[in-house]
Design a binder for this molecule. Sequence first.
Ligand code: NAP
Length: 299
Amino acid sequence: MRILVTGAGGLLAGALRQQATDGVELICLSHAEFDLTNASLMEQRLAELRPEVVINTAAYNAVDQCEVERDLSWAVNATGPQHLAELCAARDSRLVHFGTDYIFDGAQTTPYSEADAPNPINHYATGKLAGERAVLAASPRHLALRPSWIFGQHATKPRTYVHVILRQAIAGNVIRATTDQASVPTYAPDLARWTFALVQGGASGLFHTVNDEGLSRFEWTRVIVAEALDAGVLAKPIEVIPVTTAYFNPNIRRSPYNILSNQKLAAFLGETPGSWRRGLREMLRQPPWQPHTPPRDDD
Ligand SMILES: NC(=O)c1ccc[n+]([C@@H]2O[C@H](COP(=O)([O-])OP(=O)(O)OC[C@H]3O[C@@H](n4cnc5c(N)ncnc54)[C@H](OP(=O)(O)O)[C@@H]3O)[C@@H](O)[C@H]2O)c1
């Protein structure tokens, strides 16, 4: 199966490259090679490469900056995926697109299912929802997957939340984390495996693609620190101070609760997607994290 992956320099694209199974020919194109804001370039590349499936990992992901660069972020997150979805439908290629958990307003206190109504509360989420809806409207064969809080290693851009926290902790800095945001950390290699399973299993429509175990950003940060201690990456405990979102940015609205249910994904896979804990432990035992003390191997 010939699959074109957009956003080749990103986190998920890297995981897709690592997890590609036998029988999959991956063609990964960078931002410059396949720009979502350039419909004629996309059309030309699709005609040249003739992929059976396109996996669109490209997005404008800087949530706060979306409020500033409103037009550009909309072009990448909403209009671009719409054009791509229409181009793919016209060529009979299936498109796999990624939405986000941020489309929910957080009024609910139990995990959101695919049937729950979105209500985006910032420009990033509004654009991502428009993109996702356009993709699903363009063809009944297209897939829209909603991950949340993706983390994992990346060859050149180590910048996920886990990296940020570990760098601060290793430097001995006090860490602050929000108690009023909750979601599900999702391990990029797991997400890549589920993506291939959904594609190869002929899935279409909307799926929540997250690991098990939602929690607050504050709790997630404490787990990262605790696991880093266990793995020997951190030499001594570091305090995590609870704060609210307004501490970091009083100007952006963020939903307090974005925990997604992965029951539909579990039913498709025939097994529970599993916790992010295994992925976090795996990540902490890979370069560049150096043990300062012998790791406590309790996997
Ligand atoms: N990361 C998360 O926690 C998270 C959570 C929920 C949903 N998602 C969604 O999951 C998907 C994958 O996320 P990710 O973490 O892998 O993202 P990422 O690491 O930020 O990668 C996104 C890629 O898109 C590229 N890009 C930006 N603008 C583009 C354009 N106009 N045309 C083509 N490429 C462009 C970027 O290239 P440059 O860097 O060169 O601009 C980057 O390589 C995205 O749809 C994202 O919205 C992510």
